[in-house]
Design a protein around this ligand. Sequence first.
Ligand code: UTP
Length: 277
Amino acid sequence: MINKCLFPAAGYGTRFLPATKATPKEMLPILTKPLIQYGVEEAVEAGIHTMAIVTGRGKRAIEDHFDTSFELEQQIEGTSKEHLLSEIRSLISECTFSYTRQREMKGLGHAILTGETLIGNEPFAVILADDLCTNTPDCAQGILSQMIKVYEKYQCSIVAIEEVPLDQTNKYGIIAGNPVDGTDNIYRVTDMIEKPDPKEAPTNMAIIGRYILTPDIFNILKETPAGKGGEIQITDALLEQAKQGNVIAYKFDGKRFDCGSIDGFVEATNYFYGKTI
Ligand code: UTP
């Protein structure tokens, strides 16, 4: 039912300068795999094979990564290193990748609106590759897979949430909501605020970089003025849907690393390295 996954990947990644001066943040590797490849793998695990990527200037390496490199293939064929390409080869063969460019970086909401041309009029998933998500031993399913199950039941926009320390609410979109169906991990959203001060935050439930959005979000985004930080915020557009009762927040099973920050990036590196030894 969800066929396409949008990857907004046009941001400047200023927290990683100078590494991100000529290299897209999404191509920074955790061990040997770039962040965006983890995201694409999560989408595939959720049954999605159509990837729509919003890029910008200096992001061409993303397109090259999801394309065949004939020289390299020739060089490595039949050698002991061939297996190192097997994961990316199979992603390339089982998925399609389409790109559009965000010309001005006017925020995540604007990046998602830029993706309309690739998505059309259907519900779609969104992955922010710098939020690296992984399942844990007690939950075999990826986070996007879990969210699609929730979407199938509620048929409205779904945001993934996580409880964060109260003093960090100013880094996230924060929701307020009421638990539905007697669960303790699914909420009907009643309010959302982008990056509130801890004093103004209604809860400590933060939206992380996984969404399922219904396509009416595009028309809402067209009418959404610049908000916090002068950027067009997806949180503001989602609030319009929430006012109609059309946003569900889902507290996922799994682990998330904020790889847009140095601390989160190092933590993710250590975690994945720990799994190899
Ligand atoms: P961030 O604010 O975390 O990314 O945006 P950033 O701006 O690249 O990073 P810093 O803060 O300067 O270090 C969250 C996601 O939204 C995308 C980013 O690429 C990232 O995946 N984004 C953000 C866009 O695609 N376009 C924008 O105009 C803004």
